[in-house]
Design a binder for this molecule. Structure first.
Ligand SMILES: *Cc1c(COP(=O)(O)O)cnc(C)c1O
Length: 365
């Protein structure tokens, strides 16, 4: 991105009582996922007629909200998720953050919310990292997870797009996403629920999609599986994605299939990057519908050798066992496959500054 335009400025209000070095070190030694937060947050307000204003990086604190705020009633809310990495040379790096900015605005369009200029989205992240950069853990697989989000805060119960919004960025030190550190996840195929229908919000990163996925996800956990996989809403046949991850299928003839961006799945940045990396490895990646019956047949015949899910939080996660009503099968060895492992190493290597970034994906902060 061109950097010659004036960089958006953020008023800086330092935290009156920041976390001590010792307490922060204790958090960073074992960060978990999504439970610990840095000292600051970025907030920017938007109002009809006024646009974006009040850009501030200040102490992380509760947000005053009118009980009639429309997000609480009609769920105008979108979010993003990206990670900041500590590179071996001590610098801080982001992975394709402009893609998050662009997707955020596509989500905003779908939810009838205002766009935020890409340079403001990126400057907000920079501003937060400037004050909380010392919260980036440097353990294996660790990073500082950044969560930009926007919601409607107008106090109004009528049903129409709100006239005021808040954009916020918070940060949370993160270790490995899957607590167990299990080598492969087991998956439950939901036959009672779908995630997104054609014409719906499946391609937008909005909280509502997640709210609708919680019951099927809980069902998977209750039955003893890690994740739920959703089928398409029309034919209940085509594989779409996990709750928050895209899927890839690797065949013994060098073909790799991933479901197409048909509007009902989330266009993952990890997905997009892995398509490039797989093609560089000489694999033949096709974006094509793949059915649950075919998945089972190919796993049982041995044609399908590996399957993995991907997303920013969990990076690349092998899928082992797949269970649904009237089906139970295992992909490959049931553990991490060779291509999956190689791919994960390459992607995380690029993100962490340990493998050369030939795609210009990494942005130093
Ligand atoms: C965020 C998300 C993904 C993964 O996207 P990345 O850009 O790779 O992190 C996949 N599916 C859903 C539903 C998501 O919300």
């Amino acid at each position: 991105m061109a950097n010659n335009a004036a960089k958006p400025q953020f008023a800086h209000i330092p935290h009156p009582a920041p976390t001590s070095d010792a307490d922060r070190a204790a958090v960073l030694a074992n960060p978990g996922f999504g439970t610990q937060f840095t000292d600051h947050m970025v907030t920017v307000d938007w109002k009809e007629g006024e646009g974006w204003h009040n850009a501030t990086v200040g102490p992380r604190q509760p947000i005053p909200l009118d009980p009639a705020a429309s997000v609480l009633h009609y769920a105008q809310e979108i979010f993003e998720g990206l990670k900041a990495y500590r590179h071996p040379d001590g610098s801080t790096a982001l992975f394709r953050p402009e893609q998050n900015a662009q997707r955020f605005n596509r989500s905003a369009d779908r939810l009838a919310m205002p766009n935020i200029p890409e340079d403001m989205f990126l400057a907000a992240i920079d501003a937060l990292l400037e004050v909380d950069g010392n919260w980036i853990p440097d353990g294996a697989g660790a990073s500082l997870y950044l969560r930009p989000f926007m919601f409607a805060d107008e106090a109004f119960l009528g049903v129409r797009p709100a006239k005021s919004y808040k954009f916020i960025v918070i940060a949370s030190p993160a270790g490995n996403y899957f607590k167990s550190g299990a080598p492969a996840v087991s998956i439950w195929v939901s036959s009672d629920y779908t995630r997104a229908a054609p014409g719906g919000t499946g391609a937008a990163k909005c909280g509502g999609n997640y709210a609708a996925s919680l019951v099927p996800q809980a069902e998977a956990i209750e039955r003893g599986y890690d994740q739920v996989v959703f089928l398409d809403a029309v034919e209940r046949k085509w594989i779409e994605e996990l709750g928050g991850m895209n899927l890839f299928f690797v065949f013994d003839d060098g073909r790799v299939v991933t479901p197409p961006l048909s509007g009902t799945i989330l266009p993952g940045i990890t997905r997009d990057s892995l398509i490039d990396l797989l093609r560089e490895e000489g694999l033949n990646v096709v974006e094509e519908r793949y059915s649950i019956d075919q998945w089972q047949a190919d796993a049982e015949s041995g044609k399908l050798v590996e399957c993995f899910a991907c997303g920013t939080a969990a990076v690349v996660t092998p899928v082992g066992r797949v269970v649904g009503r009237d089906r139970d099968f295992t992909v490959g060895s049931g553990g991490p496959g060779q291509i999956t492992g190689k791919l994960k190493a390459k992607l995380t290597g690029i993100q962490r500054g340990e493998v050369e970034d030939t795609h210009d994906w990494v942005r130093r902060v």
